[in-house]
Every structure is written in structure tokens, then in C-alpha cells.
Design a protein around this ligand. Sequence first.
Ligand code: GKR
Ligand code: MG
Length: 434
Amino acid sequence: TEHESGEQHKIEDVRITPVAFHDPPLLNTVGVHEPFAVRSIIEIVTDSGISGLGESYGDAAHLARLRGAATQLTGLDVWNTNELERRVGRSLSGENTTGGHGMSGMVTGSDTRYRVASPFEVACLDIQGKVLGRPVSDLLGGAVRDRVDYSAYLFYKWQGHPGAEPDGWGPALDPEQLVRQATTMIGEYGFSAIKLKGGVFPPEEEIDAVLALRQAFPGLPLRIDPNGAWSVPASIEVGRRLEGVLEYLEDPTPGIEGMAEVAREVPMPLATNMCVVAFDHLPPPPPPPPAVASDAVRIVLSDHHFWGGLGRSRLLAGLCDTFGLGLSMHSNSHLGISLAAMTHLAAATPSLGYACDTHWPWKDPDEDVIAAGALSFSGGAVAVPTAPGLGVELDTDALARLHEQYLGCGITERDDTAYLRRFQPAFDPTPPRW
Ligand code: GKR
Ligand code: MG
């Protein structure tokens, strides 16, 4: 490479740009996606002139924390991710750490320090890879798969945002329309596993939807995720009715205790990205009720955006392996930098046992901050980039466009509930809804 051994690569500049991209009216148990999703794009530039990319939530509270942390990073060696975590921790000390995770209440209690450190860690790894001329997956121990499977993430949805033209996907408010959505999505991307976002209609109707999907796609593993919208008895009823149909049941009910009660009564494993979202949720007693000891959850949906980056996500994978927990991957509305990071991580995680979630099909294909061509789906999978670093390039014109869109769209905090209440004023998301 053009870099000499022993050469320093210290952070000189950190740029954080909020962007907005179009999002369809996807329904979930707390409301409906607003017309734009917001994200933050992180660019780190070293004194040696190398730049690295990261992507995270775009909510105002989180942006403010990212910006506060960024001021502490000048001079940091891009290999020193321990020091990165320490400085991020210091930048947060004493501040109120609630909110700002861009998930509208669908993830609880994740660790603010790791959520803030994550995109900087990804950008540092991108730079490390570029210095060494190796893909990020090599820095994570080497790819154990050269393609990463993602699942077809189905949503109930309106035909378009109120007042706007119907979007290309059309409505999905019943089993037949969901099967049509799945057919379109699978036709285009080739996915070989299906996830349905539930918690929108009474469980009875969502059971029918899952059964319709089973009939239409007999060979494909299925999951449903109501984001904790169901009571323990309702969850048990769904689990029993869907015996032999679901690969896993994701977050049927809130909290580890409720999940443990459900887990004892249903035949399939339970998965979560809501009640196990930080390292201190993993260990055995003393109370509060521990994830591992209570057997509430058999699959953890990792997500480098809130588990603290790619290095910490590998640590999580190791812990899950040790405790006999399965590993899948969670997603939120995201752009290409996140998809690249997710793909490198998944590629380098031997114990990953399921197709990963992605919101990718819901994004306008023309809207991204990375240059086209680096990532593409075929057969439901993304080939692991082999170029140095994350293997994606920032398209600065596109970044500027999406930043303009951010400034113009008026959304600075994701709020699915407030948006739905504009059309259904009596809507109350408090769980359990059924
Ligand atoms: O995009 O509405 C959504 C999802 O519900 C998302 O916010 C969740 O965080 O994908 C997520 C999940 O699996 O819970
Ligand atoms: Mg989930």
C-alpha cells in the first residue's frame, strides 16, 4: 500500500450531516412511518488524509450527542477504539440519556454511550481497512460467508401518505395484500426468509396473515414481530396457533419476565431487539430478571447501531454463543453505509443463524449517500464487499441533496405515534394493545 508501517492516522476532522430520505407509510404498533426518515452521516478524516464513513440515527437528541462526542475525538488514533469509547463516555457524563434512538419507543434501555460510539467506531474501521488495503470483515476476524442473507421485511401499510399519491407498493391491510407485497419484494430481491411487522391489527388477523404467507411461500422461514403489543395470554395463544409455522416469535410481549412466561408455553424460540439491548441485560442473577437465567429469549437480534459498533457486536456474538443464545440481526430505516457495516459484521460472525433484517426495499433506490454499485441484492443476499474498508464511497452531491431534504422536511425526531394521531386522534399505543 501507499501507507508506511508505523505511520500515524489521527482524527483531524469529524463531519456529521443529518439527512432525510423518503419513507412509505409503514404501520407498526406505535403508529406509522412519517414521509421522511432521518439519519446522520458521519465522516472522519485523518491527518494522513484518509476518510471513513459511519451512519446512525438522525433524531435531534442523538445528533446533539454525536456532535458533542465529535468535539472530543480530535487527535485520537483510529486504532484506539477503547479510548474512543472512553472519550464518548466522557462527552456524555451527567447528561440526560433518554430518547434519541430513532425507534419510536420500540427499543428500550439501550446504552447511550455505545449508541453514540457506534458510528465513530465504524468510520475508524473503514479507515483502518483503507490503510491496510483490507475489507472491514477481515478486521473482524475474516468473512466466514461471502454473501449475507437478509429477510423480506413486510409491513402493513397505507396505499400512500395521506394527501399524497399512492406509492408503488400499494396498500397492505389484509392477508391477501400482504402476500402480494411479499411476492413483489421476493420477486425483486430474491429473499428466502420472511418477517412480518405486526402489532397493528388484532392478533387474530395477524395470525391469518402469517398462515396466508405460509401457504403462499411453503418453504420459507417466517417470523412475526408485534414489538411487545400483546399481553402474555395473547402471545401464548398466537404462539400455540402458529406452532410449526414460525422460525421464531419476535418480542410478542414487553419485558424479560413476560417473555419468560410466554417462552415456557409456546413451542418456538422467542427473539428480541427490545428487552435485551445492552450488555447488562445478559448476565445471570442477582435481579432484575436476567435474560439468560430466565430463559425468556433464545435469539438476540444484534444491531451494531446500539450495541456499540462492530467490535462490541462481535463480543455480543461471543457471549450469545457461550450462553447458547441464537443470533439474528435487527434493522431500522437505513442507508448504504449501514448496509455495508451490517454486511461486513454479519459476514464475519460465525454464529449468525438467521437471515438479517433490513429496511432496504422500502428506500427509494435513487436516494442514498453512497455511490451506486457497491452493494446489491441477488437471491436475497448482499455480496460482502471486498474493497478496502467498508467498500462504499460517499457521494457528496447525494449527501448534499439529502441534507437539503432534511432541512426542508421539518422532521427532526422520529415520531410514528404523533403522525398516526394526525389521522386517528384516538390512537393509543400503550402495550399490551391486545
Ligand atoms: O421500522 O417500524 C419500524 C420497525 O418497527 C423498527 O422501528 C423496529 O425497531 O425493525 C424494528 C424491530 O424489529 O423491532
Ligand atoms: Mg423487532
